[in-house]
Design a protein. Structure first.
Length: 168
């Protein structure tokens, strides 16, 4: 079973993961509107990743006999001043998610909930990859600027596909 504190914290994080999905769908629409379908594809894949993160946690709460209570959230931002500003915004969002996951691990340890602490290790590792993925594109955007390099990068980002993690 889950303590009430853990159950609430997991429900809050499920909301954050679904909000992240919604934010990246908003970013996908933004990039599509700019005529950058590769960037839009990359964000579409991220939209799927976030739904996977949320659902994995949702299933865990139920498996532990907890109650899932879905929460509402505010509309995500829908416009940015440039592709670089959009990716920097997303990277900052991921830093917040990382902090939230770390706080969840701290809570699991405080509650002596070893199963949840182990479960959350997957998210700790996943956040390393998330920050690296966003950070890599921020760096590339800084290098290419606003010129033709943007279209080359768009072609590269068009190749990203969603692959559900095998061992998840
Ligand atoms: Fe679910 Fe991008 O963190």
């Amino acid at each position: 079973m889950l303590s009430k504190k853990m159950e609430k914290a997991f429900n809050d994080q499920i909301k954050w993961e679904y909000f992240s999905a919604y934010l990246y769908l908003s970013l996908s629409a933004y990039f599509q509107g700019l005529g950058l379908p590769g960037f839009a594809n990359w964000m579409d894949v991220q939209f799927q990743e976030e739904q996977f993160h949320a659902r994995k946690m949702f299933d865990y709460v139920l498996e532990k006999g907890g109650k899932v209570q879905l929460q509402g959230f505010d509309a995500p931002q829908h416009t940015w001043k440039s592709p670089l500003a959009a990716f920097e915004f997303a990277l900052k969002h991921e830093y917040v998610v990382t902090k939230r996951i770390n706080d969840l691990v701290d809570l699991a340890q405080k509650e002596k909930d070893h199963a949840s602490a182990i479960f959350l290790q997957w998210y700790v590792t996943e956040q390393v990859e998330e920050e690296a993925n966003f950070g890599d594109t921020v760096n590339k955007l800084k290098l290419v600027g606003d010129g033709g390099g943007l279209f080359m990068l768009d072609r590269e980002l068009a190749t990203r596909v969603f692959t559900p993690p095998a061992a998840a």
